[in-house]
Design a protein around this ligand. Structure first.
Ligand SMILES: [Zn+2]
Length: 252
């Protein structure tokens, strides 16, 4: 499918790091949340592939967990499939949002197949240009998780462990692709953290802001959430049913 290029700038400067805002987005690739309904509903896409592209030695920890979490909220009667592939990204070690998008569209394909929705999770070597960021969602179908930064963010007790942090970060970024929190809709529930737009104020939600921050090891000692909380789920149900109006959708 060919797309028309329309470029726009996200105005808000408060959305640092995690959405790769303050960057130019190509409209057809959309913004995080732009393919939320494509996942939550089955109107156009009955199947979904979750692609994990990872550098050698950077095997993702949370492939099954992401599939489980998406299966719990998305309507895909023909199933959700994991597609894992080792990739040599050939990048230097610092990634911008543009680099992540370029790498995904170089090594991956369109998000929208005939009846298949494709989301991409990249696990590159190196760090984001803001190395306090453990994961980013950069367009409607692309996220990256920075395992090198996750290793660094582990506290001296190793609780939570780097593996646990990675699982939470990966689900968190999937949550942004689903539009959480308030990225493409306005929740009737007051659960967005005013100090961290796009994130939950509930530290028991995987959408809590600190989940993707390198300060996570200082904020949590012990277990961390890797699930959406009831407010997140209520938002997703409202979007899926049409009760909540969604903006910026790429296909509906
Ligand atoms: Zn986030």
């Amino acid at each position: 499918m060919r797309f028309v290029f329309v470029v726009f700038v996200l105005i808000s400067s408060s959305l640092s790091g995690c959405f790769g805002s303050e960057e130019l987005f190509a409209e057809e690739r959309g913004r995080p949340g732009g393919l939320a309904l494509a996942c939550l509903q089955d109107d156009r896409f009955e199947k979904m592939n979750i692609h994990f592209l990872y550098e050698s030695g950077y095997d993702p920890e949370a492939m099954d967990l992401v599939k489980t979490r998406l299966s719990q909220v998305c309507d895909k009667p023909s199933g959700i499939k994991i597609v894992a592939r080792e990739v040599n990204f050939n990048e230097d070690n610092t990634w911008s949002a543009v680099d992540v998008r370029d790498a995904r569209w170089k090594h991956g394909d369109d998000a929208m197949g005939s009846s298949t929705l494709n989301w991409y999770f990249l696990f590159p070597k190196g760090t984001y240009n803001d190395d306090s960021v453990l994961g980013v969602a950069v367009d409607a179908s692309t996220v990256a998780v920075f395992k090198d930064s996750i290793e660094e963010s582990e506290n001296f007790l190793g609780r939570p462990s780097a593996e646990e942090i990675e699982r939470a970060v990966t689900v968190h970024e999937a949550g942004h692709l689903l539009g959480l929190v308030n990225l493409v809709y306005t929740s009737p529930i007051d659960h967005e953290d005013p100090d961290h737009p796009g994130h939950s104020s509930n530290e028991d939600s995987v959408m809590y802001w600190a989940i993707e921050s390198s300060s996570i090891g200082n904020i949590f000692s012990g277990s961390i959430p890797d699930e959406f909380d009831n407010d997140d789920k209520s938002d997703l149900q409202g979007m899926a049913s049409g009760e909540l109006k969604c903006s910026y959708q790429l296909w509906s």
